[in-house]
Design a protein around this ligand. Structure first.
Ligand SMILES: [Fe+2]
Length: 273
């Protein structure tokens, strides 16, 4: 990379970090902060589970769209890694010696690194199926989870923004949204949810499997590092547009914020399931 471009990238990276790291949803998330304290009721956890299931299921649609709209074979494949893994192709790297094939179904044991190329598809390894197993002890069945009709307006706003921005046909917008999503996800909301769920589990629901949440927490740091590398790569591309990248990132985080603010409003208004 030419020195001038490297300097431009460093300046741009500062602007990106300001947008992402100063966004209200990254700075303070009232819902997850409250949830982490461990005072959620069964109804609160059920409501979170249903809304989260809608987001994580419809995310698959946005991920497919991102793949279809990919600007290069490399980013097409990077998107496919996430898409196929989400659907149940286990990363092709054994995590422990002596594991059995059923380990592939348990997110506690499933690899968080590697590639889906040559990996095995298992129905039970789909992230949505992990969430179904989490939801079962809460009394939530397949038909109550993951469908658009189960989403509140703020959840659906978030899902629609994912389709519009993360799956955008404009590569700068899509890259900005992707960068924002991964950096938000790596900023700690999984850990806050896990803290609250561990407390709920010990008080109310001993057989609640938390691996859906812990697996995602483990994987996030790599995703964020990956989008950092990706920014370096795409920055020099002729199609790259700084302003559209920043707008994609900012709008995407507004969508994320709408999701959590919706849950927080529901909490305060006593909306549970
Ligand atoms: Fe997932």
């Amino acid at each position: 990379m030419a020195t001038a471009t490297a300097r431009d990238l460093a300046t741009f990276k500062q602007r990106v970090d300001e947008v992402v790291h100063r966004h209200p949803v990254v700075v303070v998330n009232d819902y997850t902060r409250w949830f982490a304290a461990g005072d959620a009721s069964t109804g609160d956890v059920r409501h979170l589970t249903v809304q989260f299931s809608v987001f994580s299921h419809l995310f698959v649609e946005a991920q497919l769209r991102k793949v279809i709209n990919a600007e290069s074979l490399e980013s097409y494949r990077a998107g496919k890694e996430i898409l196929m893994n989400e659907l149940g192709v286990v990363f092709n790297r054994a995590r422990a010696e002596g594991g059995t094939s059923d380990d592939a179904l348990d997110p506690e044991l499933v690899a968080t690194e590697g590639t889906v190329d040559g990996g095995r598809f298992r129905f039970g390894a789909a992230h949505f199926e992990w969430l179904l197993r989490f939801a079962k002890p809460l009394g939530l069945e397949f038909g109550e989870l993951g469908k658009r009709r189960h989403g509140t307006p703020s959840t659906l706003f978030f899902c629609d923004e994912l389709m519009r921005l993360y799956g955008s046909e404009d590569p700068s917008t899509a890259e900005g949204a992707s960068y924002a999503v991964e950096h938000w996800a790596a900023a700690g909301f999984w850990k806050e949810l896990i803290a609250g769920l561990e407390s709920f589990k010990s008080k109310e629901c001993a057989d609640l499997p938390l691996a859906f949440w812990t697996w995602h927490d483990k994987v996030e740091d790599q995703h964020a590092a990956h989008t950092d590398d990706e920014l370096v790569e795409v920055y020099g591309e002729p199609w790259f547009d700084e302003e559209r990248f920043l707008a994609g990132a900012a709008d995407m985080l507004d969508g994320v914020k709408a999701f959590w603010d919706g849950l927080w409003r529901d909490k305060q208004q006593g909306v549970t399931r």
